[in-house]
Design a protein around this ligand. Structure first.
Ligand code: 13P
Length: 250
């Protein structure tokens, strides 16, 4: 079902005590609404964060997972481990995982399948780099990222997938895609989904925008017809800013 969502990707930020403090502040500020609110603290703080948010409408999600069920993968975390501590959703395919940790479309296809097979919901990230946009390859690139990682999945899998379009040139740079650029790409993503599956499915998938979303620009971006919410980095680390962004998703 297409939903309004605002998710905070905390990346490699916040110690255990800082995580607790930020969650306390969010619980005090965020009013229940029809917007789904997710936060993704780092792995070591996930379990405590799940417990701390049990009495709230904030969902704690993971930033990554490994595709194997278990085994000799030092430093990695499995889907079953996430499920066991009460995590229901995992981010897959973030551009930082692609760029710094060598995650290819093929690996991301495996990760997505493993997450779904284990009953997790997936927030799947993708998006072009600046050079792709400058050479007008951004639509082609985004279509291929989706096709390579996701389009062999059955229609039923899409009940548990949220898409997050994050143009790499807008992440952490302060440069946001304009609301028109976001809408243009989100509409293209929906058309691409409709072509691969069908229009009814395409209309049901939530598509988030990510990349320098701030309180000052969130309302205009979220106001676009095919933008269902945001995946927030830097501004998710501050309770006032994150609360303002959640409130902007009307
Ligand atoms: P910023 O909001 O800091 O640009 O980060 C976006 C992001 O990468 C969320 O996953």
């Amino acid at each position: 079902m297409r939903k309004k969502i605002v998710a905070g990707n905390w990346k490699m930020n916040k110690t255990a005590s800082e995580t607790k403090g930020l969650i306390d502040a969010l619980k005090n500020q965020l009013n229940p609404s029809d917007v789904e609110v997710m936060i993704a603290p780092t792995f070591v703080n996930l379990h405590a964060a799940v417990q701390q948010t049990n009495d709230s409408h904030i969902e704690v999600i993971a930033q990554n997972m490994h595709q194997a069920e278990s085994g000799a993968y030092t430093g990695e975390i499995s889907a079953a481990m996430l499920k066991d501590i009460g995590v229901e959703t995992v981010i897959i395919g973030h551009s930082e995982r692609r760029a710094y940790f060598g995650e290819t479309d093929a690996i991301l296809a495996e990760k997505t399948k493993a997450a779904l097979d284990n009953g997790l919901r997936v927030v799947f990230c993708f998006g072009e780099e600046l050079a792709d946009r400058q050479s007008e390859k951004h639509f082609e690139l985004v279509a291929s990222q989706l096709k390579n990682a996701l389009f062999t999945l059955p229609s039923s899998a899409w009940n548990n997938i949220v898409l997050a379009y994050e143009p790499v040139w807008a992440i952490g740079t302060g440069e946001t895609a304009s609301p028109e650029q976001a809408q243009e790409m989100h509409a293209f993503i929906r058309t691409t989904l409709a072509a691969a599956y069908d229009d009814a499915l395409a209309q049901e998938v939530s598509i988030l925008y990510g990349g320098s979303v701030k309180p000052a620009n969130a309302e205009e971006i979220f106001g676009k017809a095919d933008v269902d919410g945001g995946l927030i980095g830097g501004a998710a680390l501050n309770a006032d800013d994150f609360n303002a962004i959640v409130t902007a998703n009307k």
